[in-house]
Design a protein around this ligand. Structure first.
Ligand code: HQG
Length: 183
């Protein structure tokens, strides 16, 4: 993917997940921001960001990081938030297993405390082991955890699926986790 698309995507993630105040934006419920206002203020900050580049970010992203409202006027990050947003997605019954990629060095803490959201609003789980491995590599020597997602759901934990590939939940206690030995 072209560098300028990656840069624009990273900047949009930063604003819509972590710091809408950087562009003096307030996110509406669901995490939505007005696209024209966002683009205008980004350009005022010296960012080369316009609607055609935004459309390229939406078309070429390897993950569904953003959604645009049906009328085309609003954008939001689908996951990854550290700012408090009321996600307007309903809890969903997960498949028996989901996966979480992390770094070897976090493993003993996770085995003691379970998965915690850390700086984000939710713990992020992956649909496939391969994707979890990619997520884990971002942090160091990767290790993949198999999450007993259906059991978690049956125990009363709410799980959300903002995109096909990413699941969210508030926390995962250690008894629902198992290290994937062959990862
Ligand atoms: C770890 C990217 C110690 C957790 C990815 C992870 C994902 C603990 C780190 C999305 C812990 C948090 C989110 C505990 C969890 N003790 N460490 N009790 N519980 N951790 O980046 O899941 O490309 O906030 O294992 O692909 O890595 O940006 O979360 O290593 O989908 O679209 O604390 O972000 O998507 O790291 O990544 P992160 P994540 P994008």
């Amino acid at each position: 993917m072209a560098d300028r698309i990656v840069r624009a995507s990273t900047f949009l993630s930063y604003v819509l997940r972590h710091n809408p105040g950087a562009l003096d934006l307030t996110l509406a419920p669901g995490g939505w921001a007005d696209i024209d206002t966002l683009l205008e203020r980004a350009r005022a900050e010296g960012r080369a960001l316009d609607r055609p580049l935004l459309n390229q970010v939406l078309d070429h992203g390897d993950k569904e990081r953003f959604s645009v409202s049906a009328d085309g006027t609003m954008i939001r990050a689908n996951y990854g938030h550290s700012v408090a947003v009321a996600l307007d997605v309903s809890p969903t019954r997960p498949p028996p297993h989901l996966y979480h990629g992390t770094a070897q060095q976090a493993l003993s803490a996770i085995q003691n405390d379970g998965l915690r959201p850390q700086s984000r609003q939710y713990v992020h789980l992956s649909r496939t082991e391969d994707e979890a491995l990619r997520v884990g590599r971002r942090h160091g020597l990767p290790v993949v955890l198999i999450v007993a997602a259906r059991d978690l759901h049956n125990a009363g934990h709410a799980l959300y699926r903002p995109t096909d590939a990413v699941w969210l939940t508030a926390r995962v206690p250690p008894r629902f986790l198992q290290v994937a030995e062959d990862a």
